[in-house]
Design a protein around this ligand. Structure first.
Ligand code: PLP
Length: 422
């Protein structure tokens, strides 16, 4: 054993005040943007800020059509409706993601079917799509998690083979690439979030993007009271079906526009910090840094490591190991914690199969009646849930000086494991 652990009164490896925990970084350009938005006569979705944001995001993303929403969840629900999902239809998705990846399906009275994750991308395992398909299956929602694309070629192949529509949940992965293509450009439709924590953050908000005019029109109905909205922004003030109110407004749009000008610079900081950290952590037995496989460009919205006691020959369950090393790392000044510690199908909603009361939508006559979420076989999801943790604050303005302090903290904790685990 070398220096005293911070847990036991030693100096923390990451000096207090070194890490800036605020996100997003706000500067005068953001302040001016918000003030500019206040000057327009309209602060609704009719504000010129919303129109400009839609144009700028479409250009950045390379999408023909875009709707700016008040959340990523709204965009996902619109996407589900827009690809023609109807009551009782089944949508295959990943057992590990944010709730909305799956609940957006329930919002349209359809049924999520969960498959296990791929341990490299942490998105759904494309090999499992075939077995999950039934004659009710209409679509796949593929989440691109933590800033890394899912393994898209086999996902696209499976969708093509079974005639399924593909929705990309890009809420965590603005600008991530798969074989040179940006996520959100490979499926029928994509959803993005602008929530506070995202790489492109504007408090709350989102986008739906697509190249398909029919998908755009159907999505627009949900966006605004069931009305027809044309790409030029005009509307017909009639309800053609169920609609919600998923529009954004001028103030968040102007904030998002200002943040968008900084997205590429901010992404480079995430990448530089993450790649530096990964090179160092790969040398520490018991820690597995996140993968960035060849052909993928990770944008590191989350930096997720796996803590693996078996790599050290320890007969200890992974959750206890994670708890002990996390406690020591947190004391050293590295904020480490899991994000989401339950598989989606294990949530009460799915175990009880009751979304709106009376068992709806599972009790609906259009729904297949033998769907069960009990004890699903999800070995990779469960192993992931036992092992992973997020290392926080790789964002700007934190730089390699902060990453070096993080590495020192990991080195210190892992070279004192006998004390940490005692
Ligand atoms: C993978 C994923 N999907 C959907 C969402 C929903 O986005 P929002 O919070 O903007 O509704 C999130 C938000 O964290 C997410 O991480």
């Amino acid at each position: 054993m070398s220096e005293a652990l911070a847990l036991h009164g030693g100096d923390p490896a990451v000096p207090e005040g070194l890490v800036d925990t605020r996100w997003p970084v706000i500067d005068d350009a953001d302040r001016e943007a918000v003030v500019r938005a206040l000057e327009w006569p309209s602060h609704t979705a009719g504000s010129p800020e919303v129109k400009a944001l839609v144009e700028e995001w479409s250009a950045w993303q390379g999408a023909k059509y875009c709707l700016a929403t008040n959340s990523g969840t709204a965009a996902l629900h619109m996407a589900v409706a827009a690809v023609g999902i109807e009551p009782g239809d089944e949508v295959i998705t990943s057992a590990f993601s944010w709730t909305s990846t799956a609940t957006s399906v329930l919002h349209h009275n359809a049924i999520p079917i969960f498959v296990d994750i791929d341990p490299v991308t942490i998105s759904l395992d494309p090999k499992l799509i075939d077995d999950a398909v039934t004659d009710h299956t209409k679509a796949v929602i593929v989440p691109h998690l933590h800033g890394l694309s899912a393994n898209m070629d086999p996902v696209l192949e499976a969708c093509q083979c079974h005639g399924l529509r593909l929705i990309e949940d890009c809420c965590q992965s603005h600008g991530a690439k798969y074989r040179g293509k940006k996520v959100g450009t490979m499926g029928d439709v994509a959803a993005f979030s602008l929530n506070q924590n995202k790489n492109l953050a504007a408090g709350e908000g989102g986008f739906l993007t697509t190249d398909d005019e029919e998908v755009y029109e159907k999505a627009a109905r949900l966006w605004q009271f069931g009305e027809v909205r044309r790409p030029d922004g005009t509307r017909d003030m009639n309800a053609h079906g169920m609609g919600w109110m998923y529009r954004t407004a001028g103030l968040p749009a102007s904030f998002a526009r200002s943040q968008l000008t900084k997205l590429e610079g901010n992404t480079r900081v995430f990448q530089e910090n993450a790649r530096f950290l990964s090179a160092a952590l790969a040398e520490i037995p018991g820690v597995e840094p996140p993968a960035e496989p060849e052909g993928y460009e990770h944008v590191y919205y989350n930096y997720a490591v796996r803590f693996q006691p078996q790599q050290l020959g320890l007969e200890m369950d992974a959750r206890t190991f994670r708890e002990k090393v996390s406690e020591a790392l947190n004391a050293e000044g590295v904020k480490v914690a899991p994000w989401w510690n339950i598989a989606l199908p294990d949530m009460v909603l799915f175990q009880n199969k009751d979304g709106y009361g009376k068992g709806c939508p599972w009790s609906c006559p259009h729904t297949r009646q033998d769907i069960s979420y009990e004890n699903l076989d999800l070995p990779e999801t469960r192993r992931w849930l036992d092992e992973y943790s997020l290392v926080r604050h790789l964002h700007a303005p934190n730089d390699l000086q902060v990453m070096k302090a993080y590495v020192a903290a990991f080195d210190k904790v892992f070279s004192n494991l006998d004390v940490v685990l005692a």
